[in-house]
Ligand binder design. Structure first.
Ligand SMILES: C[S@@+](CC[C@H](N)C(=O)[O-])C[C@H]1O[C@@H](n2cnc3c(N)ncnc32)[C@H](O)[C@@H]1O
Length: 278
């Protein structure tokens, strides 16, 4: 465990890799609240131990949306594990995510995939175990799919806050490979319309951030042509019932307004890789 009072870890990450601090800072801030939507002590530990650019990536007005997105995916993964306690969850572009810590049932198998510099940072805080391992690779590589096959099915692939940074043909190529290689698997992906990409670009310029969203997807159902069947298309402002019932009051007050303004902007979709797809 890292000593948050000791010298902080210096990190050198690529521009897109650095964006991992956005959800990390959001989860750490949420955890410090009196009635948090999720508790993530490991995020608090890591954010306190790393020397990162908090002016660019620190908690901001979008934190509530980011935390809700993560909580929605946690809910889906827990439901998957309730049915398949020893299945495999693959966290694509994991960053310093701590979903395993939040949902581990003692039997799940887990793969955290990210680019080599991110995995190098991740290894300072996490270690591989019998049920959990890290892979340093791009989602665009093919070798990691073979490693996933060695882990027991069924499979749940999560790509949260990742594919939006890739050009459309790369994002859809990655989804196609997963769909073809793992029929029946669940795949969770967040998508954003072109109007929000333009806003992200303005925000990035303002904050001096190099990373730019690249993949606009106005309708997640359009991804069905890549061998995926949408089984739940929702907005971050419309959490599934299982989560809605345990939202802290703060979120319950904010969601109706957020839903009116942002519903069509922050879509998150649960797909099933369609084994019948040609
Ligand atoms: C905004 S962060 C999201 C991190 C994590 N999913 C979370 O929600 O906390 C984006 C992540 O995508 C990773 N990433 C970017 N391009 C990637 C690629 N081609 N293959 C794998 N990971 C990638 C980055 O290194 C970074 O960790």
């Amino acid at each position: 465990m890292s000593d948050t009072n000791g010298p902080k870890h210096r990190v050198r990450l690529g521009p897109v890799q650095e964006t991992l601090f956005i959800p990390l800072a959001a989860r750490a801030r949420e955890s410090a609240r009196k009635r948090p939507l999720l508790r993530d002590p490991k995020a608090v530990e890591m954010i306190g131990a790393i020397d990162y650019a908090s002016d660019k990536y620190g908690p901001g007005p979008g934190s509530a949306i980011t935390v809700l997105r993560t909580a929605i995916v946690d809910t889906w993964v827990r439901a998957f594990l309730a049915e398949h306690p020893a299945g495999t969850v693959v966290e694509i572009g994991t960053g310093l995510n701590t979903r395993f810590e939040r949902v581990d049932n003692g039997t799940v198998h887990w793969i955290d995939l990210d680019l080599p510099d991110t995995i190098e940072l991740r290894r300072r805080f996490f270690t591989d175990t019998e049920r959990r391992r890290m892979i340093a690779a791009s989602v665009l590589d093919e070798d990691w799919l073979g490693t996933v096959e060695e882990s027991p099915g069924p499979y749940f692939f999560v790509a949260e806050g990742v594919l939006v940074y890739l050009p459309e043909e790369e994002a859809t190529q990655a989804l196609t490979r997963i769909a073809r290689g793992f029929p029946g698997a669940l795949v969770a992906v967040d998508t954003y319309p072109r109007s929000l990409l333009e806003k992200q670009h303005q925000q990035a310029v303002k904050k001096n951030m190099e990373a730019r969203w690249a993949w606009a997807c106005d309708d997640p159902r359009s991804l069905e042509r890549y061998g995926l069947r949408a089984i739940e298309v929702t907005s971050v402002t419309r959490p599934p019932h299982a989560l809605r019932t345990r939202l802290p009051l703060r979120f319950r007050a904010f969601l109706p307004v957020a839903d009116r303004l942002l519903r069509s902007l922050f879509t998150i979709t649960l797909f099933r890789a369609d084994s019948g797809h040609a």
